[in-house]
Design a protein around this ligand. Structure first.
Ligand code: AMP
Length: 562
């Protein structure tokens, strides 16, 4: 069986396709959304809800939003350990897999993982590496908006037409245009912004709060900063349901009161909304469509819940967007469908999916200027964006100088005519065995972009027919197979709290977070915490369970959760 996984910036989900449709597996807290947060406690790792609560009480030992660093070498220090972004993602994946395995009763070995359509080659490779580090085979990477459309398309099997999916997640914004007909889901165009998501909308609130209260956040300690972020995140979500929200918080010894209404919030977010327009317009242009030729607009991703996003879509397309499926779950459900298709599930046999490569891939070349001087730094596209994948294209290159013994091929992704504005994916050094005067010294370079969005480059010397199947070297932010093996050993040695323990630790983390937030209730919270710890030390299952139940109820009452 293959599972489908949505590895999100703020939350992750795991599911599977069954004969009765898609199911999502809950975590030990009974939730299908598991926070993508990692925390280290007493040298062992905690993932999910408990880690998210510790983000407030122990910010130095906890980390979130690491999806944004995938494909870079950035390391995070938590306690004694240093983690790369793909290792943090692997810890989330391990937790999700444990939840699925607990529900299924057997080991999961393969998965389809969703990635933002606009993820670069390095980010995709890092996601695959995260899968390997979590001990599973990544059968396929699927683009998030494609997954969302797949979930949607299957619900409306009879429906035919062109749909535009706007996916605003925690850290990324993706746009895709798809066509559905006879069970075929065809992606016509994808565009996006890898650095635009719900987090940026949160930062707008942070800035407004700072400016209007005159609070210098630099004077806050880590715990208070995390507390402020958590409260403003809550406020941001409330603004999706109410027009006016208020915040009362004590920071740096000051009692602060602040309120903001949705209209003003939307005004402050105008620059971000403007940024969302560009990829939407580009996807429409690339699909060679007029906006009114679209049959439906679908919103997915938690941040698409903001009314200002609905208004933007309504303004741009003159109609209300659809939100049939819970926007937080659409991608995971679609990934589960894609997993079912990989597993050749009979109920999905007539569904076909084609996707596109969202960006242009090419090499750097030199060109002769009008003055007869040679200038380097020009981009030479080999695979144009929105080509249907898998795609393979080739081109011929010649050495410029007679004495050249190597030909260097610099590989770039991007849409600018000069390489300095594009993203470098890596470079290859091809030895030229034919000397000057001995014959044809040209090489043929073939780019193959597979369904996962991963690029392979193959170079053939035309005179000798000698083929160099080279992997991209100096690929920024990507681990080599040997490094993955080493990291895997290190991760395997790491203690991960078992599921049962996670529930208790989560409750402690929640109580500690509330202790840092509810100054007036501290004595009470401290007392509860002591009682619960005593119960845990007794190791009597029934006593632990009773205390856990009572403490959760008491905390719910205090936080107003029912
Ligand atoms: P992801 O987990 O990557 O899908 O992203 C979730 C994003 O959606 C985060 O930035 C959340 O803050 C945001 N989000 C979730 N629910 C809401 C809501 N009700 N209103 C506004 N933003 C939300």
């Amino acid at each position: 069986m293959i599972v489908g996984i949505d590895l999100g910036t703020t939350h992750s989900l795991i599911g599977m396709h069954t004969a009765d449709g898609q199911v999502l597996f809950p975590n030990p807290h009974g939730q299908v959304l598991t926070p993508s947060v990692v925390s280290v406690v007493d040298g062992a790792v905690l993932v999910g809800q408990a880690a998210r609560d510790r983000l407030v009480s122990h910010p130095q030992a906890s980390v979130a939003h690491f999806k944004r660093w995938m494909g870079t070498h950035r390391e995070t220090r938590l306690g004694e350990h240093r983690f790369r972004p793909e290792e943090l993602s692997a810890l989330v994946l391990r937790t999700l897999l444990a939840d699925a395995e607990a529900a299924l009763g057997y080991k999961v070995e393969e998965a389809v993982i969703s990635v933002p359509a606009y993820f670069s080659d390095a980010q995709r490779k890092a996601t695959r590496a995260a899968g390997e580090l979590a001990g599973i085979r990544v059968e396929r990477l699927i683009n998030e908006p494609t997954a969302a459309a797949l979930a949607y398309g299957l619900q409306q099997r009879e429906q035919e037409g062109r749909i535009l999916v706007l996916d605003l997640g925690g850290g990324t914004f993706d746009v895709s245009i798809l066509e559905l007909f006879d069970g075929i889901v065809e992606v016509h165009a994808s565009a996006g912004d890898n650095f635009l998501g719900g987090e940026d909308f949160l930062q707008v609130l942070v800035q407004a709060f700072k400016q209007e209260t005159g609070l210098d956040t630099a004077t806050l300690d880590g715990v208070e900063q995390a507390q402020l972020l958590q409260r403003l995140e809550q406020l941001k979500r409330e603004l999706s349901a109410r027009s006016l929200v208020e915040l009362e918080i004590t920071l740096a010894g000051r009692e602060l009161k602040w309120s903001v209404d949705e209209t003003r919030y939307a005004q402050l977010c105008e620059p971000l909304l403007q940024r969302m327009r560009a990829p939407i317009e580009r996807a429409i242009r690339d699909a060679r469509l007029k906006p009114d030729a679209l049959d439906d607009i679908i919103l997915v991703g938690g941040a698409a819940r903001m009314p200002m996003v609905t208004r933007l879509a309504t303004r741009m397309f003159g109609r209300l967007p659809l939100r049939h499926i819970n926007p937080d779950q659409a991608i995971a459900l679609g990934a589960a469908v894609a997993a079912g298709m990989k597993a050749r599930d009979s109920s999905l046999q007539e569904v076909v999916l084609t996707d596109v490569c969202p960006y242009t891939l090419g090499t750097q070349v030199s060109r002769m200027g009008p003055d007869g001087k040679e200038r380097s730094g020009y981009f030479h596209p080999i695979i144009q964006r929105n080509s249907v994948v898998p795609v393979s294209r080739e081109d011929v290159f010649h050495p410029i100088h007679a004495e050249q013994k190597f030909l260097r091929i610099d590989v770039y992704q991007g849409e600018s005519p000069t390489v300095d504005k594009n993203i470098k994916l890596g470079e290859l050094q091809v030895p030229l065995t034919t000397r000057e005067g001995e014959g044809d010294r040209s090489v043929t370079t073939r780019f193959t972009y597979d369904v996962d969005g991963i690029l392979q480059v193959e170079v053939t010397e035309n005179a000798s027919g000698k083929r160099h199947e080279l992997v991209l070297e100096q690929n920024p932010g990507v681990l080599a197979p040997e490094q993955i093996r080493q990291r895997l050993q290190a991760l395997d040695a790491l203690k991960i709290h078992p599921r049962e323990q996670q529930v208790n630790l989560a409750l402690i983390a929640r109580t500690e977070r509330m202790y840092s937030e509810y100054v007036d209730q501290r004595d009470q919270l401290q007392g509860w915490l002591l009682q619960f710890r005593e119960a845990l030390e007794s190791q009597e299952t029934q006593r632990v369970e009773r205390h856990r139940h009572e403490l959760s109820k008491a905390l719910d009452a205090l936080e107003g959760v029912y």
